[in-house]
Design a protein around this ligand. Structure first.
Ligand SMILES: [Zn+2]
Length: 327
């Protein structure tokens, strides 16, 4: 489901509007469920604070495995009906997080889930993996220039764990940010916009190791337990530059959002499993690496706000736009 954008009502008018939130966060993900697992706390926090949180999901996750046996017929080798079903799951997750602005890259079903690396689905001409980079990036440029976010969140170059759609989502996010800032690129898509800060999702190794110790001690009923390196984006602690700690309401919202992805995720308290039935920790604090823009914390300290240090920049950009409009 795609919620109507709060920004499109102006008919593409580039003038600043009073009813547009001052802080705007854009997240680019590969499949429905990735946003809740990686950024559920962060999305709930900024939405609750009145920021505009915009999620762009690149595929509908048609090649996912289906956990509940009663829904097994949705699978791609049977009815191939997972895409629309996961659209509804994502809409429920967005409601749990309080996020109203969600879009599929290029529209629902524009790019199909490519399956795991090496799968024959990688070669389908409609797969996201086969999409020409600048074509897919242009679909994102349109969103960037409409929403004009100060902060972008996406995956690292390996997509966190090597899934082709996650790698491609990273490429499209980075290329889209670059092209959106170039006034000579597709001017019909809107006025150029430079995103102030770009973050990649990550998980500090010590936190992941501690989470697995708690899981083993709790003895939850998953058939197995995942390995530390099964968690996407595990990095040495020193590489983490920002941490967003969820309060109880935000953690509850993240947990509810993950449960909404019923075909993909089994949640058990502070732990969850994907279709491989291997338990892993559900993180109440989410971590990031700043890869573009100036850090808003002193050297050596982690940011606790993705918009840290961006206030002045926002003011400068807004006044520049007002001058532009006035001319
Ligand atoms: Zn995914």
């Amino acid at each position: 489901m795609t919620a109507p954008s709060p920004l499109t009502a102006s008919g593409g008018d580039a003038a600043p509007r009073d009813d547009v939130p001052a802080r705007r966060l854009l997240l680019v993900h590969a499949h429905p469920d990735d946003e809740s697992i990686n950024n559920g706390v962060t999305m709930a926090k900024y939405a609750a604070e009145g920021a505009l949180v915009t999620l762009v999901t690149c595929t509908r996750g048609e090649e996912g495995e289906v956990i509940p046996s009663e829904l097994a017929a949705l699978a791609p080798d049977r009815d191939d009906a997972l895409g629309p079903y996961r659209e509804d799951e994502l809409a429920a997750a967005m409601a749990a997080l309080g996020v109203g602005d969600h879009r599929f890259l290029g529209g629902p079903g524009r790019y199909r889930d490519s399956g795991m690396m090496g799968a024959p689905q990688n070669e389908r001409p409609d797969s996201f993996w086969q999409a020409p980079l600048d074509e897919a990036a242009a679909d994102l440029v349109a969103v960037v220039r409409e929403v004009r976010p100060q902060v972008l969140v996406t995956y690292d170059p390996n997509g966190g764990y090597g899934h082709p759609d996650h790698i491609q989502a990273h490429r499209v996010a980075m290329r889209g940010a670059e092209l959106a800032a170039r006034a000579d690129f597709r001017p019909e898509l809107g006025a150029a916009h430079e995103i102030g800060k770009i973050y990649w999702n990550c998980n500090p190794r010590s936190v992941v190791e501690e989470g697995f110790e708690l899981l083993r001690a709790a003895g939850r009923g998953f058939p197995g337990i995942a390995a530390v390196d099964d968690v996407p984006g595990v990095v040495p602690d020193a590489e983490v530059t920002a941490s967003i700690a969820g309060d109880p309401a935000q953690v509850a919202a993240k947990t509810a959002a993950m449960r909404a992805h019923y075909t993909q995720i089994a949640v058990d308290g502070p732990f969850f499993a994907l279709s491989n039935d291997l338990g892993q920790p559900l993180f109440a604090t989410e971590h990031y690496r700043l890869v573009h823009g100036a850090p808003g914390a002193p050297a050596g300290a982690r940011e606790d706000d993705l918009f840290a240090g961006i206030g002045e920049m926002v003011g400068m950009q807004e006044s520049a736009r007002i001058e532009e409009v006035a001319e």
